[in-house]
Design a protein around this ligand. Sequence first.
Ligand SMILES: C[S@@+](CC[C@H](N)C(=O)[O-])C[C@H]1O[C@@H](n2cnc3c(N)ncnc32)[C@H](O)[C@@H]1O
Length: 256
Amino acid sequence: MSKVLDKEKLEQEIKSIYREVAESAEEEFHFETGRVLAERLGYNSDDLDKIPEAAINSYAGVGYYFDLADLKPGEKVLDLGSGSGMDSFVAMLHVTKSGTVTGLDMTEEQVQKASTIADDNDFHNVSFRQGYIEKLPFEDASFDVVMSNGVINLSAEKDRVFKEVSRVLKPGGRLVLSDIISEEQLPDSIKSDADLWASCIGGATQEDSYLSLIKKAGLELQEVRENPMYKFISESAENASQKYGIKSISLIARKK
Ligand SMILES: C[S@@+](CC[C@H](N)C(=O)[O-])C[C@H]1O[C@@H](n2cnc3c(N)ncnc32)[C@H](O)[C@@H]1O
């Protein structure tokens, strides 16, 4: 992270944007939200039809990975940066009642929204808690699958995040994610813009460095692909994205 960008200020900026995504999803952000985005990225409309609209409206992911995840009934899944819960609820459909899904997010309003949706719909095997992806409040080897959508780019300590993912995965467990990376190193002028960082641009790590952090954490990459259907919408975000090759990828990696 740029020295100009203070860690606490950044956390407040990120929380303030995602509080608005939870509470006023119809507002304009640098990025798209909701069902039209989800369908364009590849979500199955039959899955979306089974999920409460309130969760879909606040969806702010950047790609699709459920085909890579290939979730099985009975599996235990952790969703890092679960937001208003759409991906956690999709995962719930796939792991069925014999599995469990746990969502973790640092923004209180996102956790509250997702928890209320789960309670109101009697989704008993999905739960949400507040916490940080850099310090996971879970025991070693507790999950079959860790998934995350549009979140890890927001962390200034991505090495810690991937180490934590590796710690909480069972041997042979999978990490599946969609995230924003860049083809080139970003200049300080972009990295020090808290608004662009909080909108999934300023924190984008150069692709090779991002993938090497995953490998260093003890995970073996199995597939990496681009999500060309993901686009930023504000002019400043789109300009930065074109200039530095900022783009969305989905990947699967397995714990050795
Ligand atoms: C772009 S949104 C994506 C939310 C969700 N995955 C989705 O697809 O709709 C990013 C989410 O990550 C959360 N987040 C960002 N940094 C985090 C951190 N260090 N620890 C926990 N949650 C974080 C934010 O609060 C926000 O809800």
